[in-house]
Ligand binder design. Structure first.
Ligand code: DX5
Ligand code: ZN
Length: 225
């Protein structure tokens, strides 16, 4: 498949009292993206971080900020997240009244657009946007919390999406998010996913060892392809 594999640790599982240090550790450990989970307590039953936090940590990290907006009608906040330093902005198909206009807004503000689908949303929902996004995030848990179990059926969905992307000669990354550990990583990669979000799988225990294990597993998987 010739896919590039990337690790996007979710800082939802980090120590928020030491975010700058946590970002430095991710950089030193050679993680690829910083996955920033933004939750509004409306689209998901949880509240996490927002624009001021993205703006603050932007000064301490040159890593790619993969900002996952779990918020109602995100078009209202795209400009502010982009100005705060978001590099990639991922919006939920279920939360946008007009996905095309939301993608326009992300592009207009100089960020890279991505769309996300929750477990109950079919992959067909993102087909109209595949030529406009750099990535599709297929949630492997119901959004809102870290530390959940991966939902198997989402792997089948990711596989169908990867088939569609290949069949149409498109170049789109598929990111998966939620419940991914070293123990189920090969299973996830087999479905055609190439960007891995891991929160507890990276921050619980030894971060450096966890990141190294994920990256070594990517290398081993690539060799087998
Ligand atoms: C859940 C978030 C995920 C979560 C992943 O709504 O989008 O990024 O933080 O956490 P783990 O890897 O612990 O399941
Ligand atoms: Zn996320």
């Amino acid at each position: 498949m010739g896919l590039e594999y990337r690790l996007a640790p979710s800082i939802l599982a980090a120590d928020f009292a030491k975010l700058a240090d946590e970002l430095a550790r991710l950089k030193n450990a050679k993680a690829d993206y910083v996955h920033i989970d933004v939750m509004d307590g409306m689209f998901v039953p949880n509240i996490s971080v927002g624009i001021p936090v993205v703006r603050s940590i932007r000064q301490y990290s040159d890593m790619f900020f993969d900002v996952h907006l779990m918020i109602e009608e995100p078009i209202r906040y795209i400009e502010r997240f982009a100005k705060a330093g978001a590099d990639g902005i991922t919006v939920h198909a279920e939360a946008c009244r007009d996905m095309g206009k939301t993608i326009d807004e992300i592009e207009k503000n100089g960020a890279k657009p991505a769309v996300c689908i929750s477990p109950d949303t079919p992959y067909e929902a993102v087909i109209p946007y595949l030529d406009r996004v750099y990535m599709v995030l297929v949630m492997s848990v119901y959004p809102g919390y870290g530390g959940q179990e991966l939902i198997e059926s989402t792997l089948v969905k990711a596989g169908k999406l990867r088939e569609y992307i290949k069949a149409h000669g498109l170049n789109v990354d598929i990111e998966m998010d939620g419940g991914i550990k070293l123990s189920n990583l090969t299973h996830v990669l087999d479905s055609g996913v190439n960007v891995i979000v891991a929160g507890t799988g990276v921050f619980a225990g030894d971060l450096y060892e966890n990141v190294k294990n994920f990256k070594d597993a990517f290398d081993a998987y690539k060799k087998r392809m």
